[in-house]
Design a protein around this ligand. Structure first.
Ligand SMILES: C[S@@+](CC[C@H](N)C(=O)[O-])C[C@H]1O[C@@H](n2cnc3c(N)ncnc32)[C@H](O)[C@@H]1O
Length: 197
């Protein structure tokens, strides 16, 4: 099954609960500017645009950005700005919400620190990060592919130690399937954290 099928299916999936939680937590006095990191076909970007956010959405995949551009309707180039780019090269605007649903763990481990620094610097105080990280028990982590960024819980908490108040961490450690129906063991942490510095 193709990348295209994956992106079509992702549009039908529910927006993940931590993104909804992030909307309740974000300081409402901040500009409604958000970034969708590794946006795929843009389910979350569209959700945020519909809630009045200006959304800068990027993905390394041309197919993903073509899909989001097609779905963007009247938001496209008004409040929704899709772009082909990578985690470490994207120029993050000052924002109040950064969403990284099932994406950041695809960052090359050698580039993760740079990408994370850029993400945290661009988030305004009172703004919220929500997104997923991959844990050691994930079947992809166990393959030792070398192209994924894997975190222990302690390493993950360290990422947020200085500048954030962690609102919630949800750990998912069980058998499951991918959107393309392939069985795998998922071990992910979903985090919502508010920038406090
Ligand atoms: C599992 S999908 C999630 C897509 C979307 N966030 C969602 O929840 O539907 C992961 C996405 O990360 C993107 N990605 C992987 N490596 C990337 C990189 N280095 N820079 C930007 N995007 C990347 C992939 O192209 C893919 O669209």
């Amino acid at each position: 099954m193709s990348e295209q099928v994956y992106y079509e299916r992702s549009l039908g999936a529910e927006v993940y609960p931590h993104l909804k939680m992030a909307l309740d937590v974000v300081d409402a006095s901040l500009p409604k500017v958000s970034v969708d990191v590794g946006c795929g076909a843009g389910r979350d970007a569209l959700f945020l645009a519909e809630r009045g956010f200006t959304v800068y959405a990027y993905d390394k995949s041309d197919a993903a950005i073509a899909c989001l551009s097609k779905m963007g309707g009247s938001y496209l180039n008004e409040t929704l700005f899709p772009q082909v780019c990578s985690f470490e090269k994207f120029e993050y605007p000052e924002s109040s919400l950064i969403s990284a649903c099932s994406s950041l763990f695809f960052c090359n481990p050698e580039l993760f620190s740079l990408a994370w620094m850029n993400i945290t610097r661009s988030l305004l105080s009172g703004g919220v990060f929500c997104g997923h990280f991959m844990g050691l028990n994930d079947s992809w982590a166990k393959m030792e592919r070398g192209d994924l960024t894997i975190h222990t819980r302690a390493e993950l908490e360290e990422l947020f130690e200085c500048d954030f108040n962690i609102i919630d961490i949800y750990e998912h450690d069980s058998e499951g399937v991918t959107l393309l129906g392939r069985k795998k063991h998922w071990h992910t942490y979903s985090v919502v954290a508010q920038k406090i510095s």
